[in-house]
Design a protein around this ligand. Structure first.
Ligand code: NAD
Length: 352
């Protein structure tokens, strides 16, 4: 009997609906049977549920233990905090994995890039502990800082714990072993942030000793940016605290030709959520224009996670072929095809 999987689907907003529909169709073409439990989240549902992240969404993911998620818009400056960040925190999806692998046919200044960014997902400056300038909390911290902070400054807190650091660094080494990688590089700014990044680095050093079969090295994040631009081939798996991980993953996406082809996944002890690196690109909403590949490749990672390795590879290879042929690709890859036409072509390749 064919196995069936229950998977939560959050289509998201902006371009989310279009790319989620495309991804559902290509996954169906692989023959893997998925019962999609569709859940709404984001700005569009606030009126209906009173929150951008209804409890039903979390309940569904906790039950199914796996989800595919389209992008969700976060208003800049004012309004609610990021639903993406809240989701990762609520489900303790502590590890964000973003593979950056060159794809033949995707325009890039670089070739043969094969990096994996492992980003801590729950701590650091994304913890959401931030105080506006002039607030009693900010003023109290300024008082304690004894002249190191200008009066009236807004304050953001950067928590880095031993437990959180252990979890993510151990995840990076385990991932490296499982995926037959050779080297893990810990990336921090520990020379400046001696207690926070310093702790992350100390933990990375400790844990690296448990994995003598893997090479281990360290870089400061500013130098890492330059190294990735100049000699990315030297790097393999990178493990970073949240903020640097966020920035370096976009840099990695840039090395392989842009956000349209960059997949991602978030892992916790009990659940996993798969999503593209890119956001909701609101200006392209409803135009059937954007590239569905980043979410489709996130779907391939999801199949692999479900244990459908062969189908995952089949999907990945179909995407690679369609991009290499350049016959039916979206604008960002130099073509004129729409989102759904590109998905149709990928389906054709799966069925060939
Ligand atoms: P974005 O990734 O949405 O878009 C930036 C630009 O990249 C787009 O204008 C477009 O030119 C290009 N692009 C993105 N995805 C593409 C695709 N699939 N195909 C072709 N081109 C693509 O980044 P942004 O404009 O900074 O963010 C828009 C919103 O998305 C913000 O509210 C942001 O907070 C949110 N966001 C959400 C997530 C998430 O849900 N995980 C991630 C990043 C940003």
């Amino acid at each position: 009997m064919t196995k069936e999987y229950n998977v939560t689907l959050i289509p998201g907003d902006g371009i989310g609906q279009e790319i989620s529909a495309a991804t559902q169709r290509v996954i169906a073409a692989t023959g893997v049977k998925i019962n999609w439990e569709v859940q709404e989240a984001g700005a569009d549902v606030i009126e209906k549920f009173g929150t951008p992240l209804p409890e039903t969404v979390l309940k569904s993911i906790r039950k199914n233990k796996v989800a595919l998620k389209g992008p969700l818009t976060t208003p800049i400056g004012a309004g609610f905090r990021s639903v993406n960040v809240a989701l990762r925190k609520e489900l303790d999806l502590y590890a964000c994995v973003r593979p950056c692998k060159s794809i033949a046919g995707v325009k890039s200044h670089y070739r043969d890039i094969d990096l994996v960014v492992v980003r801590e997902n729950t701590e650091d400056l994304y913890a959401g502990v931030e105080y506006p300038g002039g607030s009693p909390e900010a003023d109290e911290i300024i008082k304690q800082a004894k002249g190191k902070i200008r009066p009236g400054a807004a304050i953001s807190i950067k928590p880095i714990s031993r437990e959180g650091s252990c979890q993510i660094v151990d995840f990076a080494f385990t991932y490296a072993l499982k995926h037959k990688r050779k080297k893990v590089t810990a990336v921090t700014k520990a020379n400046i942030m001696k207690y926070t990044d310093g702790l992350f680095l100390a933990v990375a050093r400790e844990i690296s000793r448990k994995y003598p079969q893997l090479e281990y090295e360290e870089r400061l994040v500013d130098n890492m940016c330059m190294q990735l631009v100049q000699k990315p081939e030297l790097y393999d798996v990178l493990v970073l605290p949240n903020l640097y991980g966020d920035i370096i993953s976009d840099l990695g996406a840039g090395l392989v030709g842009g956000l349209g082809v960059a997949p991602g996944a978030n892992f916790g002890q009990n659940s996993a959520v798969f999503e593209a690196v890119h956001g909701s690109a609101p200006k392209y909403k409803g135009q059937n224009k954007v590239n569905p590949v980043a979410l489709i490749l996130s779907g391939a990672l999801l199949l692999d996670y479900l244990g459908e390795k062969e189908k995952s590879e089949q999907l990945y290879n179909a995407v690679i072929k369609v991009i290499a042929e350049k016959k039916a690709v979206t604008y960002d890859l130099g073509g004129t095809a729409g989102t759904s036409q590109m998905a149709d072509e990928i389906i054709k390749k799966i069925k060939e």
